[in-house]
Design a protein around this ligand. Structure first.
Ligand code: NAG
Ligand code: NAG
Length: 212
């Protein structure tokens, strides 16, 4: 073995032994209204297949059937072809979404970006069974969050927090739950009111309006 061969062998040895475990993907909590407003397309859909590697895209793809279209299909700037695939990075370390199938008939709410005309999600995306959402979140996704995309959900991660503008709502669920699952996430949306202010409004479908 010559010098360069030895060097190569040592390099391989070094690479093999110093390979660190890949850091798992991590995502901060978000209010579902942020997921709605930050997405190109929001639908409910059923998963029809196990993921398959798309060799052209180097991504995994699940075959899906879109049921309801909540965002991204309007005449101005929306897509016209209904997506048939949900695309995600091939590796979990690259934030690839892994679908934990409950049943083929389960309808999922998917808030996605677009990649080559198909839904694109990562493990940080909002992909959850429709039936697991609170009635207020269902109303938010199918109707109300859209009216609040000019408002900002301002994250409050530690006290004190000061609201930064008239169009911001202080989101304090993360003070109580690290997953950000609190009453603002489950029951409210940050919506414009008179004179361009934004504030939390209860989306409860039955109960009278509560405000905090
Ligand atoms: C790969 O993805 C592209 C874009 O989504 C799609 O048009 C194509 O049909 C896919 N290929 C396969 C083999 O599914
Ligand atoms: C939106 O969801 C709410 C809560 O599930 C439901 O009562 C309402 O009928 C839905 N509206 C539309 C337009 O799908």
């Amino acid at each position: 073995m010559g010098m360069s061969g030895l060097f190569l062998a040592l390099t391989f040895l070094l690479l093999a032994t110093t390979r660190l475990p890949v850091k798992a993907c991590s995502c901060g909590p978000r209010h579902p209204q942020e997921d709605f407003c930050g997405s190109d397309v929001v639908v409910t859909a059923k998963f029809l297949s196990v993921p398959q590697l798309n060799h052209t895209l180097h991504h995994l793809q699940y075959k899906i059937k879109v049921i309801k279209k909540f965002k991204g299909f309007d005449d101005v700037g929306g897509i016209t072809l209904v997506p048939k695939f949900l695309t995600t990075p091939a590796e979990e370390s690259l934030c690839g979404y892994q679908h934990k199938a409950l049943s083929k008939n389960q309808e999922y709410l998917i808030a996605a970006r677009l990649l080559a005309g198909q839904l694109y999600v990562t493990t940080c995306s909002f992909v959850r069974p429709w039936s697991s959402l609170s009635p207020a979140q269902q109303l938010g996704f199918n109707q109300t969050y859209a009216t609040g995309c000019g408002c900002q959900v301002q994250h409050c991660l530690s006290v004190p927090c000061n609201v930064e503008s008239d169009t911001s709502c202080l989101w304090t669920d993360s003070l109580i739950s690290s997953a950000g699952e609190g009453s603002q996430s489950l029951h409210m949306a940050c919506l414009p009111s008179k004179s361009d202010f934004c504030s939390w409004k209860s989306l409860s479908t039955e109960a009278p309006q509560l405000t905090i």
